[in-house]
Design a protein around this ligand. Structure first.
Ligand SMILES: NC(=O)C1=CN([C@@H]2O[C@H](COP(=O)(O)OP(=O)(O)OC[C@H]3O[C@@H](n4cnc5c(N)ncnc54)[C@H](OP(=O)(O)O)[C@@H]3O)[C@@H](O)[C@H]2O)C=CC1
Ligand SMILES: CC(=O)N[C@@H](CCC(=O)OP(=O)(O)O)C(=O)O
Length: 306
């Protein structure tokens, strides 16, 4: 079915993530197939379109994503590949996790997979920091981790954007997720390789785009007598190619939430005190970039070979 110009349909193309992907697709040799905005909830119209394309990108709430996947899988003839931006399938064994930097070989898996789950925004930062360190035996699988994060308000989709920009009834800064069951925890545990669930405290600030995920560690609680140089070396090696995710040795005195806004890059830093016995790891990126649409474009390029 793959022609010279692969065809893509974005189910949910008029939402925040869908629009971000749509914009970025302008630079790729693909044909974007659309339906009118007023038909965006009509499953028959959407399914007719899905049957004609090479790749369907789902940018819908979880339940709607599940419905779309079930509909695609009921197609009797051609089955398009699927990239899902929701949380619905991220730890499902039939789906490949769309974080190309996870390990050597992950990009190849994404290339050949029929079903790919785009990672969560917070999860991308947490996994980027933790996966190499757990794999190297520097952080024990059952380490009692705390993860803190701040997101630009676009992370909350159309509704939250309206509360900051239209009704202006949202606070300048808020902690949330305080029942400690955030929807990204399962994928963080799974792909960081943890056996103990971290305490995860997300927050939102009054800025549109950008994200910092940070992880504090006491050096004397690390495994195998690891020190700060071991942490740096491990991250440096894992992200040696630095194309999208890079380890940056030089640390800024302050990290701004919108440092990498409007880019698809992610930077990792290791901050420490003078005594070298405390560390804060940070991942800085755009929640709509490497945290969503930028990562989706990386996956689309791999899945379609463009
Ligand atoms: N915003 C972000 O930073 C990120 C979001 N995501 C994920 O992407 C997905 C979309 O989120 P986001 O773009 O923020 O959400 P938005 O609310 O901005 O957009 C969702 C879109 O889906 C449409 N939609 C909702 N329900 C249905 C349905 N049953 N059938 C068809 N269309 C439907 C909405 O239509 P309507 O206009 O009628 O509501 C809207 O156009 C979510 O799963 C989210 O978790 C992933 C990464 C980051
Ligand atoms: C600020 C805010 O509300 N953020 C969302 C996460 C962003 C998002 O929708 O993430 P994924 O779709 O990538 O899982 C939340 O905490 O639920």
């Amino acid at each position: 079915m793959m022609s010279q110009m692969p065809k893509i349909f974005i189910d949910g193309e008029y939402g925040t993530t869908g629009l971000g992907i749509r914009q970025r697709l302008g630079n790729l040799p693909v044909q974007v197939c659309s339906i009118p905005v007023e038909q965006r909830h009509d499953m028959k119209v959407r399914l007719d379109m899905m049957a004609q394309v090479d790749l369907v990108v789902l940018c819908l709430p979880d339940e709607a994503s599940r419905e779309s996947v079930a509909a695609i899988q009921s197609l009797s003839g051609h089955q398009p590949k699927v990239l899902d931006a929701s949380t619905a399938f991220r730890t499902h064994p039939d789906w490949v996790y769309g974080f190309a930097e996870l390990d050597l070989g992950q990009a190849e898996k994404i290339k050949s997979a029929p079903l790919v789950a785009n990672p969560g925004c917070y999860s991308s930062g947490a996994i980027a920091l933790l996966h190499p360190l757990v794999k190297a035996g520097i952080i024990a699988k059952d380490y009692p981790l705390t993860i803190n994060a701040i997101s630009g308000y676009s992370g909350g989709g159309k509704q939250m954007i309206a509360s900051y920009e239209v009704t202006k009834d949202a606070p300048p800064f808020m902690l949330y997720g305080l029942s400690l069951q955030h929807k990204h925890l399962p994928e963080i545990v799974h792909y960081a390789g943890l056996s103990r669930e971290p305490i995860f405290v997300p927050s939102v600030g009054n800025f549109p785009q950008g994200m910092i995920v940070s992880v504090p560690l006491h050096v004397d609680t690390l495994s195998n007598n690891a020190n700060i140089d071991d942490i740096k070396q491990c991250l440096q090696q894992h992200y040696a190619d630095g194309n999208v995710v890079s380890f940056v040795d030089e640390v800024p005195a302050k990290v701004s939430g919108d440092h990498l806004a409007l880019t698809d890059q992610m930077e990792l830093h290791v901050h420490s005190n003078v005594r070298q016995d405390m560390v804060v790891l940070t991942a800085t990126f755009d929640n709509l970039g490497k945290g969503a649409s930028g990562a989706a474009i990386q996956n689309i390029r791999l899945m379609l070979g463009v």
